[in-house]
Write a protein that binds this ligand. Structure first.
Ligand SMILES: [Zn+2]
Length: 311
């Protein structure tokens, strides 16, 4: 089963526009740039649109016709995906693509081309692609994805239709995860690190190591409720020195989540502005870590600060 338009929640206008265009209610541009943060569904949506553009069913993508089946099994002969190799998409890769587009599509429909992390094309590769983007063969539809435009030449940007992807609300993330069959208890945990990106939540869902570490972090934070418990709280994370940066990342995620809850008026037993204190403590911990302070001292200072201690 591939993802569907209906799997996207919280970005209804965008979905309605794309779904309408692939179903003949509007024009589908030949060159599209899906732009937005990691985990917002750019690649997934490009794949759905590609499948829909070659679908022979009625409610596109139908998921059942011959073309949809080939896409879903990853074997469509006219669907081309380019990805960076070792952080770069080279000019030879783009030239090979252009040569291929000169031949008629094998299945008689359109070529659908997804260029992932298109900002990783080096300038020669981007220049090679320019002319094709400007006058693409009728049969080709391009989907470029990127998290930002900084690495893309202005000439490329002027030839694509930019489709923006934004993080969505926690409520929308919850609903999207529920539709994928994830249990409510787990969804609540995933919301902390998702920060509005369903893809980030899905990636985190299967990461056992992350969950084990996060459990220890949450336990330690729960332990640190008085000055007398600073040492025992620090002990819980003392062995995680090698993933110190990840511990602090998790604390920052928890802090940001706490602050979002506070903004919504959902208070915490640890008092108002707990999220802000947590974030400040994490910030300081990161600085100490960069200055080679011992991990044990970093942890003790972190919990001390969190309790409102003075420097
Ligand atoms: Zn179909």
């Amino acid at each position: 089963m591939g993802a569907e338009f209906s799997d996207f929640v919280g970005c209804e206008q965008l979905i309605a526009r794309l779904e309408g265009a692939v179903n003949g209610r509007g024009v589908f541009a030949h060159a599209n740039l899906f732009l937005g943060p990691k985990g917002t569904g750019k690649r997934t949506l490009a794949e759905i649109c590609a499948r829909a553009l070659n679908c022979t069913g009625s409610d596109k993508p139908c998921g059942e016709c011959g073309s949809c089946s080939m896409y879903l099994s990853g074997n469509h002969p006219d669907h081309i995906v380019l990805k960076p190799e070792k952080g770069v998409i080279k000019v030879d890769t783009v030239r090979a693509l252009i040569d291929r587009l000169a031949i008629k599509p094998y299945a008689g429909g359109r070529y659908t081309i997804v260029i992932c992390q298109a900002d990783q094309m080096n300038p020669q590769a981007q220049n090679a692609l320019l002319k094709t983007l400007e006058e693409p063969p009728d049969s080709a539809v391009f989907f470029l994805t990127a998290t930002h435009t900084a690495g893309l030449l202005p000439t490329i940007l002027s030839r694509v239709r930019i489709v923006r992807f934004e993080p969505v609300s926690d409520r929308a993330v919850s609903e999207a995860l529920r539709r994928r069959g994830i249990a409510d208890g787990q969804i609540q945990k995933l919301l902390v690190s998702a920060q509005g990106c369903v893809g980030a939540a899905l990636e985190q869902n299967g990461d056992e190591e992350y969950w084990a570490l996060r459990q220890r972090v949450e336990k330690a934070l729960g332990e640190a409720r008085s000055l007398a418990s600073v040492e025992s709280a620090a002990s819980l994370l003392a062995d995680d020195r090698e993933q110190a940066a990840r511990v602090i990342d998790i604390i920052e995620e928890l802090a940001a989540h706490r602050m979002r809850c506070e903004v919504r008026g959902d208070s915490d037993a640890r008092g108002p502005r707990y999220g802000a204190r947590l974030l400040a403590a994490a910030f300081q911990a990161r600085r100490m870590l960069a200055s080679n302070v011992s991990w044990r001292s970093v942890l003790e200072t972190l919990f001390f600060e969190l309790l409102g201690g003075t420097k």
